[in-house]
Design a protein around this ligand. Structure first.
Ligand code: XMP
Length: 252
């Protein structure tokens, strides 16, 4: 999750007197992702842990159903074989019952802009209905190569900077992505192999196609300065110019 996000979500429900409980399963996810670099293998390792953890919580809480926010784009992309979204089971021949779960997905047949319409018509606050999409596997989706605690922390700090600096720019999603290879840089006059962060902002309505946002150069420079100053492990910052297609919104 992003910095402070778990608390924000819990507080949103608590403020509405809904019974929300935070489950910290970070160790299980990091253990499951250990050693994987292939995006599909990482997605599958994430999916198995995700449903195993949820099945355990459902059992412990004596709940009858798992309700999740799968939307049409998740189904379409997985069925087309573009990527295995973590929340798709039945459509690719996995029985949710094998995890001991009965899953309810009320939004499965509609796209993101239609989901927002439903949220607005239910009178949900804008904080909820206008929330930018964020992938289920969270920041792990935006860490190329191995997903470790150290690398996710770098990604989390870069994400915070990008989100702060682009808050006023209209976009569907705004993100930082941690690249896999080390790049050569200079720190204190000496060679320093560091990380590369890619910044990506896209416009979209349904997440099936997207267009890279024309971010003003001075904003990009500000992001670059903050990232390389506040995160010394990073020595290069890039901007992604690619639309979807041929790129996808996320890098993996
Ligand atoms: P892509 O990268 O496929 O993303 O162009 C389309 C939309 O889906 C989100 N996304 C995911 N959401 N589980 C999710 O819940 C996933 O595994 C996943 N992968 C991508 C992405 O953020 C974008 O909104």
């Amino acid at each position: 999750m992003r910095e402070g996000e778990a608390e924000q979500v819990i507080n949103f429900f608590k403020a509405r007197e809904m019974n929300a409980k935070l489950v910290d399963a970070a160790d299980e996810f990091f253990d499951a992702l250990k050693g994987f670099v292939d995006p599909e293998e990482k997605r599958k390792a994430f999916r198995n842990t995700f449903y195993a953890v949820l099945a355990r919580v459902v059992r412990e809480e004596n709940a009858n159903y798992l309700v999740q926010g799968t939307i049409a784009a998740d189904v379409v992309e997985t069925v087309k074989g573009i990527k295995t979204q973590h929340n798709i089971l039945e459509q690719i021949g996995i029985d949710p019952g094998s995890y001991g779960l009965t899953i309810v997905e009320p939004l499965r047949e509609i796209y993101k802009h239609e989901v927002r319409e439903v949220a607005r018509s239910l009178g949900l606050p804008a904080e909820f209905s206008e929330r930018p999409p964020f992938p289920g596997p969270g920041l792990a989706t935006r860490v190329l190569g191995e997903v470790t605690r150290e690398r996710v922390e770098i990604e989390r700090r870069a994400t915070k900077i990008v989100e702060e600096e682009t808050a006023e720019i209209e976009s569907f999603q705004s993100m930082a992505v941690l690249m896999n290879d080390r790049a050569t840089g200079i720190r204190e006059g000496k060679r320093a192999f560091g990380y590369t962060i890619a910044v990506r902002l896209v416009k979209s309505t349904d997440a099936i196609t997207a267009e890279a946002v024309n971010v003003p150069c001075e904003v990009l420079k500000r992001i670059e300065k903050r990232i390389t100053t506040e995160i010394p492990e990073v020595v290069h910052v890039l901007y992604s110019l690619s639309d979807k297609p041929p790129a996808t919104i996320e890098f993996q």
